[in-house]
Design a protein. Structure first.
Length: 113
């Protein structure tokens, strides 16, 4: 199989991983960052925007994994590359949002004397 099919599987995993937090926050009624927030990626978007952004991510991931190449869950290499994309983006998001949320929590802590 050509190398660019594996690249599409890698990014499909990343899109699926990115869809999850937007979907969960959106259906839970919580605002969450999206590229459409102000400022982009730092401000908060409404739950509806998050659900729609999640659907776009799911659709992109679905297209990349199901319509490019010949992805099979029984093929270890296909699943490994998909999982690597999902894991890498998940780690990056955990670090970025962990640092951002830690700053927010520090700002709202009551000052003790």
């Amino acid at each position: 199989m050509a190398w660019y099919f594996y690249l599409s599987y890698f990014f499909a995993g990343a899109f699926f991983a990115n869809a999850v937090p937007h979907f969960v926050n959106g259906i839970s009624g919580r605002p969450f960052s999206t590229p459409f927030a102000s400022p982009p990626g730092k401000g908060l978007s409404s739950p509806l925007v998050n659900v729609l952004w999640s659907a776009c991510n799911f659709a992109a991931g679905y297209f990349l994994v199901c319509h490019l190449g010949d992805f099979h869950t029984s093929n270890f290499r296909d699943v490994l590359v998909f999982g690597a994309g999902a894991l890498l983006l998940s780690v990056m998001l955990a670090r970025a949002f962990g640092q951002r949320l830690a700053g927010i929590q520090d700002a709202v802590k009551p000052q003790t004397k």
